[in-house]
Design a protein around this ligand. Sequence first.
Ligand code: UTP
Ligand code: MG
Length: 400
Amino acid sequence: MEHICKITGMNSSQQKKWPLFHSLLTGNLVRNEIELSSDKLSEEIMQFCSLQETTDEIQERKEAIINHLKKRFNRKFSGSKLTAFGSSESGLGLKNGDIDLCLEFKGEKPKKVLTKIARMLREDGMEDVTLIAHAKVPIVKFIDSRTKIPIDISINNSLAIYNTSLLKLYNDCDVRVRPFVLSIKNWALHRGICNAAYGTFSSYAWTMIALQFLQSCNPPILPNIQHGENRILKEVEGTTYDLTMNDNPNELLKLENKSNIGQLIIDFFDQFSKEWPWDENVISLRSGKMISRKEKNWEEKKPKLIDALIDENKLRLGKHSLPVEDPFDHLHDLSRVLRTEGVMDIREEFLRAYNVLCDGGSWSELTKTKFPELVNDSPQTDLFEDLRDIPKQDLIDKLE
Ligand code: UTP
Ligand code: MG
């Protein structure tokens, strides 16, 4: 017979799937203290980061793809402008991250333009060309046939170009920003909690969470770049946004934080597993610190997490479950993509990470891949790799 927990209402398979979180809810979670040397962890993380630098070869190939697409689009959509944004531009990307491109074009409806682009890319022999028309920002996704680099194209997604500039400014503030953000993104990616399409946070949301931590540690490592007297208001796609970005952000910081990267990672997991920030707060980069749900008017809507989980009708999780405010579009809560199981996974993974660190865990244990199929670990770092096993004559034909 199925064992239903009297306290949580979770059935046995749910208890088995999220054991640490279940123990936390029933008051049975055993907590040790983290007694790990941060030096060893720092060393491992810095080594991991050095492997994330894109090689000149990949960088050149990325530029070549963008230039090729610029020419293609210029011919087809006269007066259009193609701009790269996202982590490949902010510098906060993993080596295997995608290329995000925005086509600014006013002539036709975005979905119509995307349909034409998808057809064109298929004709060009690009792989896995997929049109995602119903997302908040419709995109065409595809994979460059030669390098296997994933590419997303969106239309008139101009605000993303501004938030990329903001992330780049944050990255430029301190040498620890890149390793810290990459570490959090890599942990989330390998533990299966970095995929908006599967109901967990997007990579962009994890970047917000990581940067907010660096703004609120003591003393802060990051200032609030959106702070400033002279506000810059701009109209983007028919809506006015406050796009103020401070020119001298580092002048806003008074004291120096000397923690190494290993210590920052330990403190991050320590904080999130001991004081769950989202019970009362909203992550808000533009405020420079978390703000209360009340102040933001983003109270957690019903059904809440466990109620949604144990409901037989599989209710959709209520709004603002783990609120993260977009820095420019203040009405956009990045947690709106979250689903019940995704939030359960996120909670479990924070508790697991804490336990791994308590056990003196290594970086590779902390980021052990949970679902290999969700991790794109094999873009072609060697551009000719796929040609080596081909007989010589076939190769000549192929190259021609
Ligand atoms: P990605 O999810 O590709 O994130 O969104 P990323 O920062 O490039 O991370 P990786 O390295 O590829 O995993 C691309 C960009 O789209 C915008 C942001 O500019 C982000 O950097 N974006 C994404 C938004 O503006 N809002 C969102 O909700 C998501
Ligand atoms: Mg990206």
